[in-house]
Structures are given as C-alpha cells and as structure tokens.
Design a protein around this ligand. Structure first.
Ligand SMILES: [Zn+2]
Ligand SMILES: [Zn+2]
Length: 253
C-alpha cells in the first residue's frame, strides 16, 4: 500500500491511498490546480481515483471537490449529514453514497466511518483496512471517543491531528471566540491530547504515525513531533510531520 499526504493543515487536506490499481482519496481540500499538481508529482491522475471519502464539509476538506468531479465523475462517500451539508442537492447531482454505519468496499479497501466530535454536520474519521494494513485517519476532532481509540489500537498507520500547542493558542493572535472554539470538545486536538491518545493506543503493529492538521499560527512542528515521540516512547514507530504547502509524507508499505 502507498499512502501519500497531498496536503494537511488548516487550509487544505487531502490524502491518497493506493493498493495495487485501486486508489481512494480522503478529502479534497486543495484547490483544483494544487490538487492536479500534487497528483502529478506522485505520478497519479484524477481519472484513476476510484472513490472519494469526505470526513466533513468544511472548505479545507472540500474546496477542490466540485472541479475534481467535473474532471472525473468519481463516486463520493460520506455520512448523510456531510453530503447534505456540502451543497443543496449535492447527493442527487453527483454519484454520492451515504455511509449508513456499514463498511464500504472499494477493491482491496474496506472503509468504515467513525463519528467524531467537531463543529460540522456529521463529521467522521475513517478506519481503512486492507489485507495487510489498517489505517485510521482522524483530522478534525475535539476529543477522542472510545470507538476511535479502539480503531487506533488496531492500526498499523495512525493519521491523527496534532493541531495546536495549548500555550501558543492561549497566548496567540486569534480572537478569544476562535480560541475557545478550537480548544473545545468540538474543535481540534492539541499536541497534548494527541500525545495522550498515542500513549494509550500504542500497539505492537503500529509502524507509522502521521501528525496532521498542524496549525501554522498556534503550533511548531518540533513541538508536535517531540510531544508525540515522547508519548510513543518507541523509536521503531516512525513519526511523520505534514505541512500545508508541502507534499508528504509518502509511505510505501
Ligand atoms: Zn473542520
Ligand atoms: Zn480541517
């Protein structure tokens, strides 16, 4: 399997997973030009993508969706609430399929949605299984449920947001109302919260941790990384950073 982070951060999020000839895209937050460039850089094309899974409707996860679907009529999967919230009648106009609590099979991938706490209509994390790997992707959430912890405990790759440093957020430039929103149980995970999850969910099979959705204003990559490494306390688990304008990591397993 190959997992490529095309972008991750407060402005755009998108991850491509490939197993053999099957490709699934999780979120389409890059504008179409940046999306096409990122795909080209990893030797891929929109018309090769078999399915798009959306975590939620926020624009940093859906910005490029409309124009991507104009280029290639790719089926879209998301919760009912997310499909309804993207645009009026979206699900009728596109090949869109609500995830009704059952896993979706796309070639070798089996994808399940896990509800998360975030200020969107019906946001989800994804648990993605292939014959040899289990990937859990959770990028926008204010707290981690028992079900999601269990998903991380099963995973060989954990993609988890490490959005902000609590002190940098508190003393940073954001207006108070936004600070409260980010730090709330429907906002985003801090480095400290992420570290707690990683510590709790370490398992024998975990090979890679990808720290996602880092705030450019309220975090430093080194803070996020050191916090995660300390919590994992296992040099055999690779910890990767992501960035808004840089492709990667690209993990081949
Ligand atoms: Zn969001
Ligand atoms: Zn987001």
């Amino acid at each position: 399997m190959r997992l490529s982070v095309l972008a991750s951060g407060s402005k755009a999020n998108s991850i491509l997973l490939r197993e053999g000839d099957t490709r699934i895209l999780v979120d389409a937050g890059l504008g179409i030009r940046a999306m096409l460039l990122a795909l080209q850089q990893i030797g891929e094309r929109p018309d090769l993508i078999d399915a798009i899974f959306l975590t939620h409707e926020h624009s940093d996860h859906t910005r490029g969706l409309g124009r991507l679907l104009n280029k290639a009529p790719i089926p879209v999967y998301a919760t009912h609430g997310t499909l309804d919230a993207i645009s009026p009648g979206f699900a009728r106009k596109q090949k869109a399929f609500p995830m009704n609590g059952e896993a979706v099979d796309i070639g070798p991938f089996t994808v399940s949605a896990i509800g998360v706490s975030h200020d969107a209509a019906e946001p989800a994390a994804f648990h993605i299984q292939t014959e040899s790997d289990v990937v859990t992707i959770a990028t926008d959430l204010g707290e981690v449920s028992r079900e999601l912890s269990q998903a991380f405990r099963d995973s060989t790759i954990a993609v988890i947001e490490s959005n902000h440093d609590e002190e940098l957020l508190r003393t940073g430039p954001y207006p108070e109302v936004l600070k409260v929103r980010i730090a709330s149980s429907t906002g985003h995970l801090s480095n400290h919260q992420t570290a707690q999850v990683l510590h709790r969910c370490r398992n024998r099979n975990l090979k890679h941790v990808v720290l996602a959705h880092l705030s450019e204003e309220n975090n430093h990559p080194q803070l996020a990384r050191s916090s995660a490494c300390e919590a994992l306390d296992n040099p055999e688990i690779a910890v990767h950073l992501t960035a808004q304008k840089t492709l990667g990591p690209i993990l081949s397993l």
